[in-house]
Write a protein that binds this ligand. Structure first.
Ligand code: GDP
Length: 298
């Protein structure tokens, strides 16, 4: 799959380092704290997380001498404190199997690629994986998912374009159960333009799933594109309302200086962050390591 690079390298290529060049004086004073807070807001951490970090720095270090390096470390520690509680990989624990993982997100967020990466990841862990092509609205979506399924060699249940997603999901759960599949990863349509239709579609999928297994879907994973900045947060609001999100995967963290959006999401929503996307290749989905990400973002 091409060169595998360490997560930190993939992340730090483009991420801004807001704290660099910030310390003007030897002691941590209000002017420096202002600059730190502004820098954090600029890198998309959002006003609330930035204020929280400022308050912590004030409480612990105000008036004390601090070097730029120490300041960076102190900020990284505060960011890590926000991120640690939400770092939570998807674990395959469902009984009876399969664990049904609905994947939602707007078109272009990296949803299809993320489904393939997730499936590959589970497969590497020796789980039996199946995909369901529940995004029947876009002509290309089914084909794209099928291509990935072939490449990573996992079975896929698909129907015709414009077909009924709920019936595909029904068929997929039956097939997965018969074949002893551990994880069924379901693609869904991401059309936020028509909230009502999307809501109805997801409700119908849930109803069908619930009939087969009251616990399903076990996970409802929202895929967000980090390069969308604050707009990604707005998507959390909408999808929480229409789909009952249980966790997030943030993609394209290699392509943005706006990694702070992860911190804003963690701070404002407290939803589990399952993984991060750091590239287009199949092994570019990485576990979400809060300490590593905090060090790179600060
Ligand atoms: P979908 O429309 O949400 O299903 O999005 P796709 O999975 O088709 O992805 C849209 C584009 O984003 C494709 O070109 C992907 O290769 C790219 N992409 C997905 N995830 C990442 C990522 O983590 N980093 C980068 N750089 N590109 C990504």
């Amino acid at each position: 799959f091409g060169g595998f690079r360490k997560t930190s390298e993939r992340l730090s290529e483009n991420l801004a380092a807001p704290i660099t060049g910030v310390v003007g004086t030897a002691k941590l004073d209000n002017a420096t704290l202002d600059t730190v807070e502004d820098a954090l807001i600029m890198s998309d951490l959002g006003p609330s997380a930035a204020a929280r970090i400022r308050a912590k720095l004030t409480e612990k270090r105000f008036g004390l001498s601090i070097t730029e390096r120490e300041l960076k470390e102190a900020v990284a520690e505060e960011i890590a404190e926000i991120l640690r509680p939400v770092a939570k990989p998807i674990e395959i624990t469902a009984f009876p199997r399969p664990q049904v993982i609905l994947v939602i997100g707007v078109n272009g967020s990296g949803k299809t690629t993320t489904i393939a990466k997730l499936a590959h990841w589970f497969k590497e862990d020796d789980y039996g994986v199946m995909l369901a092509a529940g995004d029947t609205f876009r002509a290309a979506a089914i084909g794209q998912l099928a291509t990935w399924a072939g490449r990573i060699d996992v079975p896929i249940v698909r129907g015709p374009e414009g077909g009924d997603p709920a019936s595909i999901v029904f068929d997929a759960v039956k097939a997965a159960t018969e074949q002893g599949i551990d994880a069924l990863v379901v693609d869904t349509a991401g059309r936020l333009q028509n909230k009502r239709e999307l809501m109805d579609e997801l409700a119908k999928i849930r109803k069908v799933l619930g009939r087969l297994n009251p616990e399903a879907p076990h996970d409802v994973v929202l895929v967000l594109d980090a390069t969308n900045g604050q707009n990604a947060l707005a998507q959390i609001d909408v999808f929480k309302e229409v789909a009952g999100v249980t966790g997030l995967i943030m993609t394209k963290l290699d392509g943005t200086a706006r990694g702070g959006i992860l911190v804003a999401a963690a701070e404002q929503y407290g939803l589990p962050i399952h993984a991060i996307g750091v590239g287009e290749k199949i092994d570019d989905l990485r576990p979400f390591d809060p300490d590593l990400v905090a060090r790179v973002i600060a």
